[in-house]
Write a protein of this length. Structure first.
Lengths: 343, 498
């Protein structure tokens, strides 16, 4: 009898908590970012001068683009460990293209880089969807395969700034109204992915898949196809990141982006995307990327040994997971209506 | 007028196992149709064919008299077939409204989802169903009953012409079942065809006009409900005479085996005191949520109680210590066998010998087929029907899985056996076997404590009935005085003695 009488009030309560939780996830990380910048600024006001802000934005743009792609994949309860290798491959390809045809228009270079990344993503997605092998294993494999292709192609060569057109390198550092072009790329990617995931049926289906893959299959959601395209998207964005990497640094060898996959996953997790899928947003992931980059440049300013940076990132990951867990527990308790015996 | 949905000569095999053989079924508009059969009779496979999850190997699916092939669940849903599975299939992270309209969300310009309209329409559905569920809350944390209602709302939103319900009431309380049935009836009266699968015959006869019986993957009979009785249906289902469903053998109670004194876990149950003697079957009855499962979990040491004591044969058990409870001779067959009773991926023999893996091992190693021999003995005694003892236990039917759980604990030769809903979701034939087994155990001097929500089972099996209401033990009724009225009276918290 209690079961029918009590739940009425907590139900309305539950919704506001759920809303708050969504806001909290992104707000928490934004707050941490503001706090970090505020403290660092108080210690040294030069931290926020134009040059340093520009460097911060430049530094986080590429990571943010990778994080957006990774978030799309993680939301479906998968993971893409090959993004660092795809970035390296696309960066080297960009350099090689400009070497052989210096007059290649920049948009074409970008499209080719993204297409190469998308192809790599299609290999990942195809193996995962068709062979039903866990993404962790498949992308761990392709991490080495793509990097191996990169090494074989480069054969120890290095492509220098002199080999690439000045206009292309200019794109990597220039600003429009004070905002680096790279950051604009990131914003466009972020907005596109954000709207897609929030407002399109197939975008919502990605969340459904991550939330309960078996239920998604029973419901008739084309799980394999959606996951495939999520990996293609992640690959294409890693390809884009590779082209931008080439433009920004000018010097490319086969080691570009080596080991960056773990930074990307860290940014996504710190940004509040649940590692088991189903919840979180690309906005959070991008904020995570900005936060990780900011820590990197804030620690020296704060007089902390930069060797601590990795430990700080680790603490952040643990804090993000801890926060996530405690919020989930608290929400579950409230949603259950506080009545311990509620049926 | 042709039936809305029909199966003709449908067969389906999985590997070498034939799940369905030449099955037929006709669902008519404005009619509720019951599908009954023992577990493993092929009902779930049939549901999945109707739902478009499986395609039949041979035979035809007819929609309004025309043969159709569903390419997947989405196509079946588009054809107006809504399926409510035994275990609701919601997406826990998404809002209730999104769950209802997933893949069919109302759109605005540019094919973008109109989330305001999604929410409004979900709220309208809940108003129509007469329930209060906030469309914005996530599906995580909804009670099973509310999850079923969300599934119903899904079916309503799709203007389903066929509503298939696969044991929707297994986990519901009486009030919730009534509400579900009210909705099913109104859908039926508006011209939908309803297919209802259940082990509860009172519900079947309450709701349905026609009854189809299946056995061993075959169609056996379809009759008007008015022409058959519970007895004839059960006989058709099992294909043999059932002497009696509840074969309790009288046994002389022996010494007190289990003593529970003042057991309390804040917020769950309070000051629970009772004894169980050897040779006795004591039932713990009460409404869903009264705290029965919580009490037995605390006795077994899974949850740590806040106060009280538990004694087995006079020796006090440390609270919240399951290994000590097992060592003292307690065994618990849990409520949810899939989650708590079995390791689904492990083989039948591994599962059956799990609690005794140390006793069977030589120098810490399980060698020489000790597991196999022990498992074979028990599988035979309990008549477990499994392809091979090394098959994963997940491949067995529900009834046979339950037997494996029983075998697992019986092989430890417990002094006190606690069974929580021992026959939930298992078929009539196996049910009778489980009852006979419990009765035998008691006759051999084991103390049996049984949690059950099925009143006939409680009344048929128990020497004494303990009744809980809102976390308190409110009645201790001897077999002679126990009847439906006295138990329900206590369970609903009425003060006067019946």
């Amino acid at each position: 009898m209690t079961a029918t009488a009590t739940p009425v009030a907590p139900r309305t309560n539950g919704a506001s908590i759920a809303h708050r939780l969504f806001v909290v996830r992104e707000l928490g990380i934004a707050l941490a970012l503001v706090l970090l910048i505020g403290v660092t600024f108080a210690v040294n006001t030069r931290f926020l001068n134009a040059q340093n802000v520009k460097d911060l934005l430049l530094g986080s743009s590429i990571l943010a683009i990778l994080a957006v792609g990774q978030a799309i994949v993680i939301i479906t309860r998968n993971v893409d460990l090959s993004v660092g290798s795809i970035l390296g491959l696309a960066a080297f390809a960009t350099g090689a293209m400009f070497q052989s045809s210096p007059n290649l228009p920049i948009p074409v270079a970008i499209i080719i880089g993204m297409a190469l990344g998308a192809l790599c993503g299609a290999v990942n997605g195809g193996l995962i969807a068709a062979a039903r092998v866990p993404a962790l294993v498949v992308t761990l494999g392709t991490l080495y395969v793509f990097r191996g292709v990169d090494y074989t192609w480069a054969t120890g060569r290095q492509i220098n700034a002199a080999d690439m057109p000045a206009s292309f390198l200019h794109m990597g550092t220039t600003t429009v109204l004070g905002v680096p072009v790279l950051a604009l790329f990131a914003v466009v990617v972020l907005a596109g992915a954000g709207i897609f995931l929030r407002s399109y049926r197939s975008g919502r289906e990605l969340y459904a898949i991550g939330s309960d893959p078996d239920a998604a299959r029973l419901y008739g959601i084309p799980v394999g196809r959606r996951v495939f395209w999520a990996f293609v998207a992640s690959g294409a964005l890693a390809g884009l990141a590779g082209v931008l990497h080439a433009a920004r640094f000018g010097t490319i060898d086969a080691n570009a982006g080596l080991g960056s996959e773990l930074n990307v996953v860290a940014a996504v997790v710190v940004g509040g995307v649940a590692i088991f899928g189903g919840s979180g947003s690309v906005y959070g992931a991008a904020l995570g990327a900005v936060l990780l980059t900011t820590i990197g440049s804030a620690l020296p300013v704060l007089g902390i040994n930069p060797f601590w940076q990795r430990a700080a990132v680790g603490v952040l990951i643990l804090a993000a997971i801890g926060l996530d867990r405690s919020l989930a527990v608290r929400m579950a308790r409230r949603l259950r209506g506080g009545s311990a015996r509620g049926a | 007028m042709p039936p809305v949905l029909a199966l003709e000569g449908v067969s389906k095999s999985f590997g070498a196992v034939a799940a369905l053989r030449d099955v037929r079924l006709e669902l008519r508009a404005g009619e509720a149709h019951a599908l009954v059969g023992e577990n493993g009779a092929g009902k779930s496979t049939l549901v999945k064919i109707l739902a478009g999850v499986h395609a039949p190997d041979s035979g035809k699916v007819l929609l309004d008299g025309a043969a159709v092939t569903f390419g997947g669940p989405a196509e079946a849903r588009a054809a107006g077939i809504a399926v409510i599975y035994q275990e609701p299939t919601l997406f826990p992270d998404l809002s209730v409204a999104e769950n209802i309209f997933m893949g069919r969300q109302p759109l605005r310009r540019g094919r973008r989802i109109d989330s305001a309209a999604t929410r409004t329409r979900a709220a309208e559905l809940f108003t129509r169903l007469g329930v209060r569920i906030d469309p914005d809350r996530p599906a995580r944390g909804l009670s099973i009953a509310d999850q079923q209602l969300v599934e119903i709302a899904k079916a309503l939103s799709a203007n389903a012409r066929v509503l298939v319900m696969d044991e929707p009431t297994a986990a519901l309380s009486g009030v919730e079942v009534e509400r579900l049935f009210a909705v099913a009836r109104s859908l039926r009266d508006e011209g939908a065809a309803v297919l209802f699968i259940s082990h509860r015959f009172d519900e079947v006869f309450d709701l349905c006009q026609r009854i189809t019986v299946m056995r061993d993957g075959r169609w056996i009979s379809t009759d008007d409900a008015a022409d058959v009785t519970v007895d004839t249906v059960i006989r058709t289902m099992v294909g043999r005479e059932l002497s009696t469903l509840y074969p309790k053998v009288a046994a002389e109670p022996g010494d007190t085996r289990l003593e529970v004194r003042g057991l309390t876990r804040w917020g769950y149950f309070d000051d629970v005191t009772f004894d169980v003697r050897g040779g006795e079957i004591v039932a713990l009855a009460g409404l869903v949520g009264a705290g029965r499962s919580e009490v037995v979990r605390a006795v077994f040491g899974i949850d740590r109680p806040d106060a009280g004591e538990v004694r087995v044969e006079g020796r006090r058990l440390p609270l919240g210590d399951t290994p000590a409870a097992i060592a003292a001779g307690l065994a618990l067959v849990p409520e949810d066998r899939r989650q708590q009773g079995l390791v689904m991926e492990l083989s039948v023999e591994r599962n059956a010998t799990l609690p005794r893996r140390w006793a069977l091992a030589k120098a810490g190693l399980l060698v020489g087929g000790a597991e196999r021999r022990s498992a074979a003995t028990w599988a035979e005694r309990l008549q477990v029907k499994a392809g091979h003892p090394t098959d994963p236990v997940s491949t067995l039917s529900g009834g046979n899985q339950q037997k494996v759980v029983l075998a697992k604990w019986l092989s430890t030769q417990p002094r006190v056996l606690i069974v929580d809903e021992p026959t939930r979701g298992i078929d009539v034939g196996t049910k009778a076997e489980v009852h006979r087994l419990l009765s035998e155990l008691a006759a051999n001097g084991v103390a049996v404590l049984m949690v059950s929500s099925e009143l006939p089972e409680v009344l048929g099996m128990a020497d004494r009935v303990l009744v809980m209401h809102e976390g308190r033990l409110v009645a201790d009724i001897a077999r002679a005085e126990a009847d439906e009225e006295s138990v329900m009276f206590a369970a609903t918290g009425q003060k006067e003695e019946a």
